[in-house]
Write a protein that binds this ligand. Structure first.
Ligand SMILES: O=C(O)CN(Cc1ccccc1)C(=O)c1nc(-c2ccccc2)[nH]c1C(=O)O
Length: 184
């Protein structure tokens, strides 16, 4: 098991996140200098800290407050094919690729994202802007918050099975084939 301090907090060396019971708020503590402060110290990678805090430090109340009751937020990349219910999109008025070709495209996109992970990982949203056949391409595939009963069943089941930050396998709906990333 990884010792705690190797989990990416984004904080500089010797700094850790602690929780103030009295104020029910997180604070930052430097175990070398024994100093503490309410704000992250300079040199903090705030993006990493934000993800760390969402995963390990938001209380149930904050979790609930973060997102509407029982809803999640996802981005997706849709590749349509000639069996899609509406085989047209902003990208192409008449989509003729086969379902198999659509699958190959998504396999390639998923692989390119896994390869990128060494350097700056490219996000699903950035790729959705140019590659997605969904009108949500213009918002980097972000669908906003949704609860159960709002999306096609296959899409909903795949999305709710994800943890925040996770990306689905290829999901097959009447609209086409999707990759889904759970954002919240
Ligand atoms: O399935 C259909 O008969 C037509 N649709 C549904 C649709 C059409 C326009 C806007 C939103 C949904 C789509 O093909 C479609 N589905 C989606 C979709 C599917 C699952 C989750 C999010 C979006 N986007 C689109 C789109 O054109 O932009």
């Amino acid at each position: 098991v990884l010792p705690v301090n190797t989990i990416e907090t984004g904080l500089p060396k010797d700094w850790e996140v602690r929780h103030s019971q009295s104020k029910n708020l997180p604070y930052y503590f430097n175990s070398a200098t024994k100093t503490s402060c309410w704000e992250p110290p300079s040199g903090t990678d705030v993006d990493k800290l934000k993800i760390y805090m969402a995963k390990f430090h938001s209380s149930p109340a904050q979790k609930q407050q973060q997102q509407p009751q029982g809803k999640i937020r996802c981005a997706h990349l849709l590749v349509k094919h000639n069996q899609s219910r509406r085989p047209s999109s902003w990208r192409s008025s008449n989509i003729t690729r086969t379902k198999e070709e659509a699958r190959q495209i998504l396999e390639g996109i998923k692989k390119s994202m896994e390869l990128e992970s060494e350097s700056e990982p490219i996000s699903l949203g950035k790729l959705a802007r140019t590659e997605s056949d969904c009108s949500s391409a213009r918002t980097e595939g972000d669908l906003g918050y949704f609860g159960r009963g709002e999306m096609q069943k296959e899409f909903e089941d795949a999305a709710f099975a994800l943890k925040p930050g996770e990306i689905s396998g290829i999901v097959d709906t009447a609209s086409g084939l999707h990759l889904i990333e759970r954002l919240e």
